[in-house]
Write a protein that binds this ligand. Structure first.
Ligand code: HEM
Length: 438
């Protein structure tokens, strides 16, 4: 029997657009705007978004249901089985390039893997997996990368004042240039600035490369043409590729994911650690006396890895992500939805679902070490399935080395920011409002 999915009302759609859709756009889809993010962090905007989706899911779930976003209805998916269908079926038939994402990303990475479809996605994904050692327990170049992370942490430790997100971000941008492009790029801050401007242009969703893209791409191509054996460029020649891969174009995602997204998550993890003295104690004993330039010391800090993942669950950098059906699709209830249907996954709601996640609002790193959080398709800060983040292992490794060093050598304390109540952590943690003394 075919039954239509339930429909949220028009007024609920208006609220969903205002409280979930619009704040995501206002904050800057690709480059977060500091003032707006700070304002959103202070207002309970994420709390309101959570409460709205929770109310809708209780009323219309657990199956997918329709909710209006702007002028169109999209299908909101909340049950882990349905999330598995969508992410397990990405990039086909659940294509990763809804209009807004494609138009925005075209400004700074028009050939990106994450907006590629079909054979092109398969080819580009094989290239990324080969260079990033996706799924391997350890990246081939991990030893050198750990040293870079420790160096950057040491530089912050000697600043002699509380650190801000900007300090950590700058450190990671430097680390990223060394890890991705090589030592010759260490001080090429102009390159990072170029990327920042292109991403800011992406917020306007121009649908084509922004002005300056060609020069930026050409600069990246120069680094690819002069590979550094200790960096990811050194692994490019042996990775599968064709003339459609556009190697410099693939590196762009790696640069902002490592140099922008990762530090935001690490600052939140560090702030959470400062509010949980027992957890901090466990992490400290995990890294005490260890040389974190040695890979075994880094990978051995499994509880610290749990802390990083847990901060990402609590405050996902991608609060909402979407897919678009590339063809008509029949769901298990018999309902057929047409090609072009937008499908939404609201990470903030799924990660904090009080009805289903017993540790929803508290910091529970142990769930990633001895629990089964890692197998739960509800938690999608790295996504899941064929299009799951190919850099996840590398990101966590770099985070372990960096935070491990800060905790081992320093004594991090939150000197500015919200009071974090362990059992009721806020829905948003504004990185621009934090200062941490080391
Ligand atoms: C904390 C850091 C990171 C987070 C939170 C993160 C998160 C994600 C998420 C949620 C996706 C799926 C997006 C979607 O399908 O709509 C993704 C995809 C991707 N990530 Fe990451 N990522 C991180 C770090 C990295 C790093 C360090 C790299 C590379 C060095 C990387 C490379 C990629 C690529 C290339 C894709 C596209 C995969 C595909 O479409 O097949 N990410 N990431």
């Amino acid at each position: 029997m075919v039954t239509d999915f339930k429909h949220a009302s028009v007024i609920e759609g208006v609220r969903f657009t205002a409280q979930v859709g619009v704040p995501n756009v206002l904050q800057g889809l690709f480059r977060k705007r500091e003032l707006v993010v700070s304002t959103v962090g202070r207002l309970p905007a994420d709390h309101l978004a959570y409460r709205l989706v929770e109310g809708l899911a209780r009323k219309y779930g657990p199956d997918p249901f329709w909710v209006r976003v702007g002028a169109e209805e999209a299908l909101l998916v909340t049950h882990p089985d349905d999330i598995r269908v969508v992410l397990g079926g990405s990039p086909s038939p659940f294509a990763p390039d809804p209009d807004a994402k494609r138009k925005g990303m075209s400004a700074f990475q028009p050939t990106a893997l994450t907006i590629s479809r079909g054979d092109l996605w398969i080819e580009r994904r094989a290239f990324a997996d080969a260079v990033l050692d996706t799924g391997a327990p350890l990246h081939r170049l991990a030893g050198g990368f750990a040293s870079v992370a420790v160096d950057e942490a040491d530089a912050l430790l000697t600043l002699g004042r509380p650190i801000t997100f900007d300090d950590v971000n700058l450190a990671f941008q430097r680390l990223t240039r060394i890890v991705v492009l090589g030592a010759a790029a260490a001080d090429d801050t102009a390159l990072t600035e170029q990327l920042g401007s292109l991403m800011a242009a992406g917020n306007k969703m121009p649908g084509e490369p922004a002005s300056g893209y060609d020069a930026f791409h050409a600069r990246l191509a120069e680094y690819v043409a002069a590979p550094d054996a200790a960096a990811l460029t050194g692994l490019v020649a042996d990775a599968p590729q064709s003339d459609r891969t556009d190697v410099p174009g693939q590196l762009i995602h790696w640069l902002f994911a490592m140099g922008d997204t990762l530090p935001a998550n690490l600052v939140r993890a560090l702030a959470a650690l400062t509010a949980h003295s027992k957890v901090m104690g466990v992490v400290r004993s995990e890294v005490a006396g260890k040389d974190l330039t040695e890979v075994e010391s880094v990978t051995g800090a499994t509880y610290l890895a749990g802390c990083i993942l847990e901060a990402m669950r609590l405050w996902p950098t991608t609060a909402l992500f979407g897919r678009v059906l590339a063809e008509d699709y029949r769901w298990v209830n018999g309902q057929k939805t047409p090609a072009g249907t937008q499908v939404l996954i609201h990470n903030l709601y799924n990660h904090r679902n009080r009805d289903r996640v017993p540790f929803a609002d508290r910091f529970a790193p142990e769930e990633w070490v001895t629990g089964d959080a890692a197998d739960d398709w509800r938690f999608n800060f790295f996504s899941h399935g064929p299009q799951g983040c190919p850099g996840a292992g590398l990101a966590v490794f770099l985070g372990q080395a960096f935070l491990g060093q800060l905790v081992k050598v320093g004594e991090p304390k939150l000197t500015k920011g919200p009071r974090l109540t362990p059992d009721k952590l806020p829905y948003a943690l504004d990185v621009y409002g934090l200062e941490i003394a080391l």
